[in-house]
Design a protein around this ligand. Structure first.
Ligand code: CTP
Ligand code: MG
Length: 577
């Protein structure tokens, strides 16, 4: 997955990568030349006292260093740029994918994990790309180059390289093999922290009200401790790595000096060659270390890449049609034919044998006890879910065949838990209709019985709305979300329990104002209160996922036992006994 991800998302930057590799090559070759030039200065300049030679080779060395500095700075610059661009592209891909998910995929991954995957996980892969461009590209060139150059200086000491390199590689491999499982665990634990924190922040008021803070604090501390533990394990191995590398490096240096010194004594090696040899050995070992640093990142990035891949390869269960139908002549009729729906993972269907028609110009009410499946029924119309069997038709066309944008533009949905976005009253209303004028907004607010409280706010339409709409009351939030649906004047209105937070008077006023503007539309109202739906053209009584009665208020009083029970229970509540 990691390789596929890198290949796909780095493809647009092939040119830059070529430049990076070329620059790194130049920089590495330059740094490999320096010790050899230095050896020449010592052996041919210093030893013989030839100042001209020292100056000449010295200036060559200066030029080579300058070259090296410029090349490696540019390589790092381009490397960083490419890696960041890669991260950006990947994030935007994930975002677009997630945006296409239906409620089913959302609940499968869960918001916290989706967030970690699009931030932390992308960062891991991006970091690997960056390390690869800056260190990994250099390592093999330096390693091979270093060995070649070292052999050129002196073949007699080559057994040192043969011992030091496997020794270092072996001990690094040991350390890394310990780190991989820890990294895997780390990513999972970051997810956990994210989940705990998110849940607690979202439910902070409830936590306070139920005095659950001590318990939740402990829960967070446990998650935090677990992450700390695994990070410490990784940290310890990481800390062990440096001393190990330094030990081997220094032992090797001492060995070069020791054995090299003997060879100089016997006259088979020169002093300059010895210094050069020392530097090459260090360079070779360094290149192994650089490679290791990058390789350390690989397992963690691979875990992250898999988690990203999971998102990218999950297709929304609500598939938009290839060529959606965008043109239908009837207006707003909604029909359910033999609809059955089962939530993913559930054994029993929540909706069974649903057959009903909501006609344009009529109000269809849906009533039923909590958990009867009302919200589920309504969410099948805009395809928040797809029916597991049977068909939902809008204007006589199966919703699966309609162009999604066309379908949504016909529907004004007021969800049971209305959500408002950070911004202002006006910006939230514009979610309904982007080009809405102020007059249109006020009219929608007026119908939704929201005009009064918006007018009372000092900034009026520009009054700020906090994330989720937490700075207005529940009833105000409901009315603003009704206004948001009204402003687009759709053909189909779906009110999911939208009047429950309103007092009886406001409820009645809202419905009569609504009746005036929805004469041609299909209105589907989910409600709990009989008074809200008494005058509806058609009332659907839902019980445990099945339709147990359809008709007007008076018809149902005659024929439907469940309906009578609901009516009686509400009358009893009204007349305190
Ligand atoms: N359900 C589920 N998974 C979900 C949502 C709901 O399994 N993501 C199940 C619940 O167990 C419930 C049934 O589906 O029993 C119907 O849920 P819903 O349609 O939301 O019921 P409503 O009639 O809307 O209930 P309420 O009046 O409380 O809004
Ligand atoms: Mg509901």
């Amino acid at each position: 997955m990691l390789i596929r991800l890198l290949r796909k998302y780095l493809a647009p930057y092939k040119r830059w990568i070529t430049i990076i590799v070329a620059l790194q090559f130049v920089a590495t070759v330059a740094s490999l030349l320096l010790p050899s030039l230095n050896a020449d200065i010592i052996d041919k300049g210093v030893v013989t006292g030839d100042t001209d030679y020292i100056v000449r080779i010295g200036s060559i060395m200066l030029a080579v260093s300058a070259f090296q500095v410029v090349a490696s700075i540019s390589a790092v610059y381009f490397g960083a740029k490419t890696a960041m661009a890669f991260g950006r592209d990947l994030r935007s891909s994930i975002f677009r994918k997630v945006a296409s998910f239906s409620a089913r995929e959302m609940s499968y991954f869960g918001a916290p994990s989706l967030i970690t995957r699009n931030t932390n996980d992308v960062q891991q892969v991006q970091m690997l790309a960056m390390m690869t461009f800056t260190l990994m590209v250099m390592a093999p060139i330096m390693m091979v180059g270093g060995i070649v150059m070292a052999l050129r200086e002196d073949v007699g000491l080559s057994w040192l390289v043969a011992v030091a390199v496997p020794l270092l590689a072996g001990s690094l491999a040991l350390v890394i093999s310990r780190m991989i499982p820890a990294y895997r665990l780390m990513q999972i634990r970051i997810d956990t922290i994210n989940r705990v924190l998110r849940e607690q922040l979202a439910g902070i008021r409830v936590l306070r009200a139920f005095v659950r803070e001590p318990y939740e604090t402990k829960r967070f501390e446990r998650a935090n401790q677990e992450l700390t533990d695994v990070s410490l394990t990784v940290g310890r191995w990481m800390a062990a790595m440096f001393p190990i590398v330094m030990l081997i490096l220094n032992l090797a240096s001492v060995a070069v000096l020791w054995f090299g010194g003997h060879r100089i004594d016997t006259g088979s090696m020169e002093i300059g060659a010895l210094t050069a040899y020392l530097t090459y050995l260090v360079q070779i070992l360094m290149s192994i270390m650089m490679a290791t640093f990058t390789l350390v990142m690989v397992p963690r990035a691979a875990v992250s890449a898999d988690r990203i891949g999971e998102i990218l390869h999950t297709d929304s269960s609500v598939v938009p049609p290839e060529t959606g139908i965008t043109d239908v002549n009837r207006h707003g009729e909604v029909r359910f034919v033999d609809v059955e729906f089962t939530y993913p993972g559930a054994s029993d269907p929540v909706l069974r044998d649903i057959n009903l028609t909501a006609r344009a110009g009529q109000t269809t009410a849906i009533i039923g006890s909590t958990g009867a499946g009302k919200t589920t029924l309504v969410s099948l119309i805009p395809r928040l879910f797809d029916a597991t069997s049977g068909t939902v038709l809008v204007n006589g066309v199966n919703v699966r065949e309609l162009d999604p944008d066309f379908l949504w533009s016909r529907i004004g949905l007021v969800p049971q838990n209305p959500y408002l976005f950070t911004g202002t009253v006006a910006s939230n209303l514009r979610y309904g209709k982007p080009d809405a004028t102020e007059a249109e907004m006020w009219r929608a607010l007026e119908i939704a019985q929201a005009r009064d409280f918006v007018e009372e706010m000092p900034e009026g339409l520009d009054a700020p709305i906090a994330q989720g709409g937490t700075n207005v009351s529940g009833g105000q939030r409901q009315r603003l979300s009704i206004a948001r649906a009204l402003i687009r004047s759709p053909e189909i209105y779906l009110f999911d329990d939208s009047f429950s937070a309103l007092d009886l008077g406001t409820d009645a006023r809202l419905r009569s104002a609504l009746a005036a503007v929805t004469t041609e539309s299909t209105v589907i109202i989910v409600a709990q209160r009989i008074s809200t739906i008494k005058n509806a053209d058609q009332i659907v009584v839902l019980d445990d996922g099945a339709v147990v009665g359809i008709g007007t208020h008076s018809e149902l009083l005659e024929s439907c036992q469940t309906y009578v029970e609901i009516v009686e229970s509400q009358q009893m509540a009204e007349v305190p006994g």
